[in-house]
Design a protein around this ligand. Sequence first.
Ligand code: FMN
Length: 251
Amino acid sequence: MIVFYFSGTGNSRFIAERFSRAAGAACLSVEEAADFEALIAQTDTVGFCYPVYGSCVPRPMREFVLAHGRALANKRIVILSTQLVFSGDGAHALCAFLPGREAGVVYAEHFNMPNNIANFPLFAVKNGEQNKALLAKATRKAERAAEEVLRGRIRRRGFHRLSVLIGKSQSALWPQVEKRAASDVRISADCTRCGLCVRICPMQNLTLGKDGIGQEGKCAVCYRCVNACPARAITTLLHQKPGKQYLGISE
Ligand SMILES: Cc1cc2nc3c(=O)[nH]c(=O)nc-3n(C[C@H](O)[C@H](O)[C@H](O)COP(=O)(O)O)c2cc1C
């Protein structure tokens, strides 16, 4: 088995790694430069792990699955999606891009994880010890998922018709929100032009020129730059300066 993940700020990588370790699976970011088709050809089970955005799949993961559709046909599919509180059908959402839709999915699970939307007024950002209990619970769930996949238990979280219906209440609006946000990264006067955001952007959306940080209209709203900027000078989607940034998960 091999697990591919996209992780804006580390939560999905954490789950992908915990699951893969327990399942004895290989684990790789979709941002790596690798011969993905050859890796997929060598296995009968392919896992995907990603964060849900408005009950939808992030653009880097969608594009990865669509690019390798032919190689993925007839594979057993495992889907692990991470979320802050709720998505309804966050794991099911990937089916729209899979060659066999729901047919090949043998396991799907949702994982509640720390908040990475640093400027979302409803949820506080927590770091370090404050996330200890949540991460311990998520680890146990990832290990249980691995054990269940290995013994062939079918679980398809988010696939129930009611879950899909609830997910639609968020996902119906998301494509428009995502489209508008794609070219709406804002850089405040606090920017020191250090270029970190340019180097870490998974979409190669940001550029550093003589006028400062520019953008190519490809923001995937992953919040990596918003949380990493040393000057807290970047916003996307929501445009309030982040109070506390999410530092991700340190081992
Ligand atoms: C743009 C955006 C939209 C999000 N939408 C949802 C959502 O609809 N429901 C939810 O529970 N969490 C939502 N989240 C929270 C993330 O899914 C969650 O924190 C995830 O674990 C982050 O994973 P990562 O660190 O791998 O990027 C959203 C986060 C972002 C950045």
